[in-house]
Design a protein around this ligand. Sequence first.
Ligand code: PAF
Length: 297
Amino acid sequence: MQRLETLEATQAFVAANRTHTVALVPTMGALHEGHRALIRHAKTLADIVVVSIYVNPLQFGPNEDLATYPRTLEDDAAACQAEDADALFLPTDAMMYPNGQLEQTLVAPPISLTNMACGASRPGHFVGVCTVVLKLFNLIQPTIAVFGEKDAQQLTILKRMVADLNVPVQLIGHPIVREDQGPLKGLALSSRNKHLVDTLDQQAALLLNEWLIAIETLVKQSGPISSYTSFGTARQQVFANIDPTVAERFKLDYLLAVDDATFQPVDTLKPGVRLLMAAHIGSSENTVRLIDNRLLS
Ligand code: PAF
């Protein structure tokens, strides 16, 4: 596996692989089984798989967790090697933003896709994501790029960017991978889960998935139902038997229903609607922000 750490090495790699199909798996590192599933999926789609690791400062707000975002480069390299990735792209800030972040030309996705959910909670976040992903595409020139569906809003926005800007890359979504055993069973895998070391935080983190499942169960039982009613009823069911010290560690950021085709908010829950949730987990001085989603079928 090649490590691409300079612009020259990257350009030489791209030139050498021009006749091959190339799949890019963009990541911010701290790779987990979810990322490994993306790499394995990418291997089935293209001749060459490149994994990028770059903790993109442009997509973090001033009070967010850029400084504490987990960085585990050597473990990540070993995981990419074990999954038989062909190259690890490790751009630096100087390579990505040579004129500094304030002087960077930006890619702004449409307001209709960014004025809710993570776009509303994290102003500027999707401008940072679109800008870095377009730069990664221009640097690696992949045929295909694979993204996790946990970041459903991100994937929708990137698909729109690619269509609107005629970027010749096919975007593929990969289903959410969840913890399949242990105290976090059911939790969507995330690099930020590394911060969930406290037992009460772990129990609070499970509430995202449990609340989404409870809403889905209500929809299955009742047929189309108002989001307002079902969100509240499901919350009561899930939180009824929870220790108050655990419930205190769960602070909902948003819970929203969108039409999966248009990604616009809807009031009635039925198949084809995607539930989106984000919550801050932990005690007030020390929280981890987690997201999850569920497509109603
Ligand atoms: O999903 C992520 O890890 C990041 O937002 C991405 C797509 C790698 C861009 O920095």
